[in-house]
Design a protein around this ligand. Structure first.
Ligand code: 0O2
Length: 245
Protein backbone atom coordinates (compact mmCIF):
# COMPACT_ATOMS: atom_id res chain seq x y z
CA UNK A 1 0.00 0.00 0.00
CA UNK A 2 1.50 3.33 -1.08
CA UNK A 3 1.34 6.05 1.56
CA UNK A 4 0.18 9.58 0.74
CA UNK A 5 2.52 12.54 1.42
CA UNK A 6 0.34 13.49 4.40
CA UNK A 7 0.52 9.97 5.81
CA UNK A 8 4.30 9.92 5.29
CA UNK A 9 4.57 13.21 7.15
CA UNK A 10 2.52 12.06 10.14
CA UNK A 11 4.52 8.81 10.25
CA UNK A 12 7.70 10.88 10.39
CA UNK A 13 6.25 13.04 13.20
CA UNK A 14 5.27 9.95 15.23
CA UNK A 15 8.72 8.42 14.71
CA UNK A 16 10.44 11.63 15.90
CA UNK A 17 8.15 11.86 18.96
CA UNK A 18 8.73 8.21 19.84
CA UNK A 19 12.48 8.52 19.41
CA UNK A 20 12.61 11.57 21.72
CA UNK A 21 10.39 9.73 24.21
CA UNK A 22 12.66 6.66 24.25
CA UNK A 23 15.79 8.85 24.42
CA UNK A 24 14.66 10.37 27.74
CA UNK A 25 14.71 6.83 29.22
CA UNK A 26 18.18 6.16 27.82
CA UNK A 27 19.42 9.44 29.37
CA UNK A 28 17.81 8.57 32.70
CA UNK A 29 19.72 5.27 32.64
CA UNK A 30 22.98 7.08 31.83
CA UNK A 31 22.42 9.42 34.77
CA UNK A 32 21.57 6.68 37.24
CA UNK A 33 24.41 4.46 36.02
CA UNK A 34 26.86 7.31 36.74
CA UNK A 35 25.41 7.73 40.22
CA UNK A 36 25.75 3.98 40.86
CA UNK A 37 29.33 3.99 39.60
CA UNK A 38 30.27 6.82 41.99
CA UNK A 39 28.55 5.12 44.93
CA UNK A 40 30.30 1.86 44.08
CA UNK A 41 33.75 3.49 44.08
CA UNK A 42 33.20 5.32 47.36
CA UNK A 43 31.61 2.29 49.00
CA UNK A 44 34.54 0.12 47.87
CA UNK A 45 36.92 2.60 49.48
CA UNK A 46 35.04 2.86 52.78
CA UNK A 47 34.37 -0.85 53.20
CA UNK A 48 37.48 -2.13 51.44
CA UNK A 49 35.52 -4.50 49.18
CA UNK A 50 33.38 -4.15 46.09
CA UNK A 51 29.68 -4.46 47.04
CA UNK A 52 28.50 -4.57 43.43
CA UNK A 53 29.20 -7.65 41.34
CA UNK A 54 27.69 -6.25 38.17
CA UNK A 55 25.20 -3.75 36.78
CA UNK A 56 23.12 -4.18 33.65
CA UNK A 57 20.60 -1.82 32.16
CA UNK A 58 18.15 -1.86 29.31
CA UNK A 59 15.44 0.20 27.69
CA UNK A 60 12.29 -1.85 27.10
CA UNK A 61 11.63 -2.49 23.41
CA UNK A 62 8.66 -0.69 21.81
CA UNK A 63 7.09 -4.14 21.14
CA UNK A 64 7.26 -5.06 24.86
CA UNK A 65 5.85 -1.64 25.80
CA UNK A 66 2.89 -2.09 23.45
CA UNK A 67 2.33 -5.62 24.87
CA UNK A 68 2.28 -4.25 28.43
CA UNK A 69 -0.09 -1.43 27.38
CA UNK A 70 -2.47 -4.11 26.05
CA UNK A 71 -2.11 -6.26 29.21
CA UNK A 72 -2.89 -3.28 31.45
CA UNK A 73 -5.76 -2.13 29.19
CA UNK A 74 -4.23 1.34 28.72
CA UNK A 75 -4.80 3.71 25.79
CA UNK A 76 -1.87 3.65 23.36
CA UNK A 77 -0.67 7.21 24.05
CA UNK A 78 2.72 8.47 25.24
CA UNK A 79 1.09 10.19 28.25
CA UNK A 80 -0.60 6.96 29.38
CA UNK A 81 2.62 5.00 28.86
CA UNK A 82 4.71 7.56 30.76
CA UNK A 83 2.27 7.63 33.70
CA UNK A 84 1.58 3.91 33.99
CA UNK A 85 4.57 1.92 32.80
CA UNK A 86 7.43 2.42 35.17
CA UNK A 87 9.91 -0.13 33.90
CA UNK A 88 10.68 1.27 30.44
CA UNK A 89 14.14 2.06 31.80
CA UNK A 90 15.49 -0.73 33.98
CA UNK A 91 18.69 -1.27 35.92
CA UNK A 92 19.63 -4.55 37.58
CA UNK A 93 22.32 -4.42 40.26
CA UNK A 94 23.81 -7.65 41.53
CA UNK A 95 25.38 -7.26 44.96
CA UNK A 96 27.69 -9.46 46.94
CA UNK A 97 25.62 -9.56 50.12
CA UNK A 98 22.08 -8.90 51.34
CA UNK A 99 23.20 -6.00 53.55
CA UNK A 100 24.80 -4.34 50.49
CA UNK A 101 21.38 -4.30 48.82
CA UNK A 102 19.84 -2.22 51.61
CA UNK A 103 22.88 0.02 52.01
CA UNK A 104 22.95 0.78 48.29
CA UNK A 105 19.19 1.31 48.22
CA UNK A 106 19.39 3.81 51.11
CA UNK A 107 22.25 5.67 49.41
CA UNK A 108 20.28 5.97 46.17
CA UNK A 109 17.09 7.03 47.94
CA UNK A 110 18.85 9.76 49.88
CA UNK A 111 20.19 11.55 46.78
CA UNK A 112 18.53 14.96 46.58
CA UNK A 113 17.54 14.83 42.92
CA UNK A 114 16.00 11.36 43.13
CA UNK A 115 12.34 10.92 44.01
CA UNK A 116 11.24 7.53 45.31
CA UNK A 117 7.98 6.54 43.66
CA UNK A 118 7.62 2.98 44.94
CA UNK A 119 9.52 0.29 46.84
CA UNK A 120 8.70 -3.41 46.56
CA UNK A 121 10.70 -5.51 48.97
CA UNK A 122 10.51 -9.07 47.70
CA UNK A 123 13.41 -9.99 50.02
CA UNK A 124 11.54 -9.35 53.25
CA UNK A 125 8.34 -10.55 51.53
CA UNK A 126 9.32 -13.06 48.80
CA UNK A 127 6.80 -13.77 46.05
CA UNK A 128 4.84 -17.04 46.51
CA UNK A 129 7.06 -18.73 43.87
CA UNK A 130 10.19 -17.84 45.90
CA UNK A 131 11.31 -14.77 43.87
CA UNK A 132 13.51 -12.40 45.90
CA UNK A 133 14.77 -8.97 44.92
CA UNK A 134 14.43 -5.35 46.02
CA UNK A 135 12.60 -3.22 43.47
CA UNK A 136 12.75 0.57 43.52
CA UNK A 137 10.90 2.86 41.17
CA UNK A 138 12.95 6.04 41.13
CA UNK A 139 12.27 9.28 39.29
CA UNK A 140 15.28 11.25 38.01
CA UNK A 141 15.34 14.66 36.31
CA UNK A 142 16.71 14.57 32.77
CA UNK A 143 17.90 17.90 31.40
CA UNK A 144 17.00 18.05 27.70
CA UNK A 145 17.77 20.93 25.30
CA UNK A 146 14.40 22.62 25.84
CA UNK A 147 12.93 21.08 28.99
CA UNK A 148 13.42 18.99 32.10
CA UNK A 149 11.77 15.57 32.06
CA UNK A 150 11.15 13.60 35.24
CA UNK A 151 11.75 10.02 34.21
CA UNK A 152 10.98 6.76 36.05
CA UNK A 153 13.57 4.01 36.26
CA UNK A 154 13.00 0.58 37.79
CA UNK A 155 16.01 -0.53 39.81
CA UNK A 156 16.16 -4.21 40.79
CA UNK A 157 18.79 -4.98 43.43
CA UNK A 158 19.58 -8.57 44.38
CA UNK A 159 22.41 -10.90 45.40
CA UNK A 160 24.20 -13.26 43.03
CA UNK A 161 22.22 -16.20 44.44
CA UNK A 162 18.89 -14.36 43.99
CA UNK A 163 19.91 -13.42 40.44
CA UNK A 164 20.91 -16.99 39.62
CA UNK A 165 17.53 -18.21 40.84
CA UNK A 166 15.59 -15.50 38.95
CA UNK A 167 17.30 -16.24 35.62
CA UNK A 168 16.66 -19.97 35.93
CA UNK A 169 13.03 -19.42 36.93
CA UNK A 170 12.59 -16.96 34.04
CA UNK A 171 13.88 -19.58 31.56
CA UNK A 172 11.65 -22.32 33.00
CA UNK A 173 8.64 -19.96 33.06
CA UNK A 174 8.92 -19.35 29.32
CA UNK A 175 9.90 -22.94 28.50
CA UNK A 176 6.60 -24.13 30.00
CA UNK A 177 4.67 -21.24 28.49
CA UNK A 178 4.07 -19.58 31.90
CA UNK A 179 2.59 -22.80 33.43
CA UNK A 180 5.41 -24.39 35.47
CA UNK A 181 4.53 -28.00 36.50
CA UNK A 182 3.89 -28.29 40.27
CA UNK A 183 6.88 -30.57 40.96
CA UNK A 184 9.28 -28.10 39.33
CA UNK A 185 7.59 -25.13 41.01
CA UNK A 186 8.05 -26.84 44.41
CA UNK A 187 11.71 -27.54 43.66
CA UNK A 188 12.23 -23.94 42.59
CA UNK A 189 10.71 -22.71 45.84
CA UNK A 190 13.02 -25.01 47.80
CA UNK A 191 15.98 -23.71 45.77
CA UNK A 192 14.99 -20.12 46.63
CA UNK A 193 15.02 -20.99 50.35
CA UNK A 194 18.45 -22.66 49.97
CA UNK A 195 19.74 -19.59 48.09
CA UNK A 196 18.61 -17.32 50.94
CA UNK A 197 20.30 -19.64 53.43
CA UNK A 198 23.54 -19.58 51.40
CA UNK A 199 23.41 -15.76 51.24
CA UNK A 200 23.20 -15.58 55.05
CA UNK A 201 26.07 -18.05 55.55
CA UNK A 202 28.35 -16.27 53.05
CA UNK A 203 27.62 -12.90 54.63
CA UNK A 204 28.47 -14.19 58.12
CA UNK A 205 31.79 -15.61 56.88
CA UNK A 206 32.54 -12.33 55.09
CA UNK A 207 31.84 -10.29 58.26
CA UNK A 208 34.09 -12.49 60.35
CA UNK A 209 36.99 -12.26 57.86
CA UNK A 210 36.49 -8.51 57.55
CA UNK A 211 36.87 -8.01 61.29
CA UNK A 212 40.22 -9.82 61.25
CA UNK A 213 41.28 -7.87 58.14
CA UNK A 214 40.41 -4.49 59.71
CA UNK A 215 42.76 -5.13 62.61
CA UNK A 216 45.57 -6.21 60.25
CA UNK A 217 45.07 -3.18 57.97
CA UNK A 218 45.50 -0.74 60.86
CA UNK A 219 48.82 -2.39 61.62
CA UNK A 220 50.03 -2.64 58.01
CA UNK A 221 48.85 0.37 56.01
CA UNK A 222 48.45 3.24 58.48
CA UNK A 223 51.11 5.27 56.67
CA UNK A 224 49.53 4.92 53.18
CA UNK A 225 46.71 6.45 51.14
CA UNK A 226 45.41 4.76 47.95
CA UNK A 227 43.50 6.93 45.48
CA UNK A 228 42.60 5.71 41.99
CA UNK A 229 44.92 2.72 42.45
CA UNK A 230 47.84 5.03 43.24
CA UNK A 231 49.64 4.79 46.57
CA UNK A 232 50.58 7.95 48.49
CA UNK A 233 52.58 8.08 51.70
CA UNK A 234 50.93 9.97 54.53
CA UNK A 235 53.26 12.75 55.71
CA UNK A 236 54.73 11.93 59.11
CA UNK A 237 53.52 15.31 60.49
CA UNK A 238 49.88 14.35 59.84
CA UNK A 239 50.33 11.01 61.51
CA UNK A 240 51.93 12.34 64.65
CA UNK A 241 49.32 15.14 64.91
CA UNK A 242 46.48 12.57 64.49
CA UNK A 243 47.93 10.32 67.17
CA UNK A 244 48.32 13.26 69.62
CA UNK A 245 44.72 14.52 68.98
P1 0O2 B 1 11.13 -8.13 32.14
O1 0O2 B 1 11.28 -8.77 30.80
O2 0O2 B 1 12.14 -8.60 33.14
O3 0O2 B 1 11.04 -6.63 32.06
P2 0O2 B 1 4.41 -3.85 36.88
O4 0O2 B 1 5.73 -3.77 36.13
O5 0O2 B 1 4.38 -3.04 38.12
O6 0O2 B 1 3.25 -3.62 35.98
P3 0O2 B 1 4.59 -6.11 38.54
O7 0O2 B 1 4.56 -7.58 38.25
O8 0O2 B 1 3.74 -5.63 39.65
O9 0O2 B 1 4.26 -5.37 37.20
O10 0O2 B 1 6.05 -5.62 38.81
P4 0O2 B 1 7.13 -6.28 39.74
O11 0O2 B 1 6.53 -7.24 40.68
O12 0O2 B 1 7.88 -5.13 40.32
O13 0O2 B 1 8.01 -7.11 38.70
C1 0O2 B 1 8.59 -6.50 37.61
C2 0O2 B 1 9.84 -7.22 37.14
O14 0O2 B 1 10.44 -7.97 38.21
C3 0O2 B 1 9.59 -8.26 36.07
O15 0O2 B 1 9.59 -7.62 34.83
C4 0O2 B 1 10.77 -9.20 36.23
O16 0O2 B 1 11.95 -8.63 35.68
C5 0O2 B 1 10.94 -9.21 37.74
N1 0O2 B 1 10.13 -10.28 38.36
C6 0O2 B 1 9.04 -10.11 39.10
N2 0O2 B 1 8.56 -11.29 39.53
C7 0O2 B 1 9.38 -12.23 39.04
C8 0O2 B 1 9.42 -13.67 39.16
O17 0O2 B 1 8.58 -14.30 39.78
N3 0O2 B 1 10.45 -14.32 38.53
C9 0O2 B 1 11.39 -13.65 37.82
N4 0O2 B 1 12.35 -14.38 37.22
N5 0O2 B 1 11.38 -12.29 37.67
C10 0O2 B 1 10.39 -11.61 38.28
P5 0O2 B 1 8.72 -8.11 33.62
O18 0O2 B 1 8.02 -6.94 33.02
O19 0O2 B 1 7.82 -9.25 34.05
O20 0O2 B 1 9.72 -8.69 32.61
Amino acid sequence: MALSTLQMQSLKTIKTELTRFMMTYKFALDELNTKIDILQQEFAFIHDYNPIEHVTSRVKSPESIVKKVGKKGLPLTLTAIRENIHDIAGIRITCSFRSDIYELSTMLQSQQDIRVIEIKDYIKNPKPNGYQSLHLILEVPVFMTDRVEHVCVEVQIRTIAMDFWASLEHKIYYKFNKEIPKRLADELKEAAISAAHLDKKMENIHKEVNEIKNVEDVNDNSHELIINNEKFNLPLDFLTRAIKA
